[in-house]
Design a protein around this ligand. Structure first.
Ligand code: URA
Length: 240
């Protein structure tokens, strides 16, 4: 075993989560290559989906919510994060990933050399299930078309599915997150459209509950693959 490689990996991973990193070559999101086709006004369409979601009563969750959480971010984001469903903080604010799990997601995004406004953050369900229980199949069936439309409009280079629920739903599989993470899968956005690369990784809420070096290293490795796939610079540990 190459001990220097192991030590370097360790420092890199640690700094990924603590913010002590430098970005080798800063490239703005506008410089990233993007689909050449003329785009519909994605931002306006996303806004209209958000309004529909705000009125939605397709399942029981619609009458239980304080606020719907349609998702937010750059309408031409290269990276789209998809979580499971809003929690209490998200329900209170109408914004995705704003509680503790969201703060960890913010750190991951920052460690990638990006800002929250550079990516799009959404969920499988747009309303909070009571007591944060797992989404029910009927709720997923009702809600999924909103996310499918968001993905189609944004057309990201990579979808990062946070946790088993998001990955299983988008890949239509029953595999565990352990089996899926670490490699790219294909998300099919529609007939005649090229598949979109999808990287499953641990949900940040899971990571908070299981904050081991090994799990943090796994998420860091997953994110490095995502950045490489997008042609984005990979932040370099400032300790090296
Ligand atoms: N967990 C999720 O899956 N989504 C959120 O928006 C917040 C926490």
């Amino acid at each position: 075993m190459d001990i220097r490689r192991v030590i370097r990996q360790h420092i890199e991973m640690d700094e990924f989560f603590t913010g002590g990193f430098t970005v080798r070559r800063q490239k703005t999101m506008q410089e990233q290559p993007k689909c050449e086709e003329p785009r519909v006004d994605a931002a306006r369409e996303l806004e209209s989906i958000a309004q529909e979601v705000g009125q939605c009563r397709k399942c029981d969750l619609g009458s239980l919510r304080t606020n719907a959480v349609p998702g937010e971010g750059d309408s031409s984001a290269r990276i789209m994060f998809v979580g499971e469903a809003p929690g209490a903080d998200e329900d209170a604010q109408g914004r995705p990933f704003v509680g503790r799990a969201g703060q960890l997601l913010d750190k991951i995004i920052a460690a990638c050399g990006l800002k929250r406004s550079d990516v799009f953050i959404g969920n499988i369900l747009k309303c909070r299930p009571p007591d944060n229980r797992d989404p029910r199949p009927d709720e997923i069936i009702s809600c999924l078309p909103y996310l499918q439309r968001q993905i189609e409009l944004i057309d990201p280079a990579v979808i990062v599915a946070l946790g088993a629920h998001a990955a299983r739903t988008l890949l239509n599989t029953n595999k565990s997150i352990g089996q899926m993470r670490g490699q790219f899968h294909e998300y099919y956005a529609g007939i005649g459209r090229p598949p979109i690369k999808l990287m499953p990784t641990y949900h940040t809420a899971y990571l908070l509950r299981n904050y081991s070096q090994e799990n943090r290293r796994r998420v860091w490795e997953d994110m490095k693959k995502v950045l490489a796939e997008c042609g984005m610079p990979i932040p370099e540990s400032s300790g090296s």
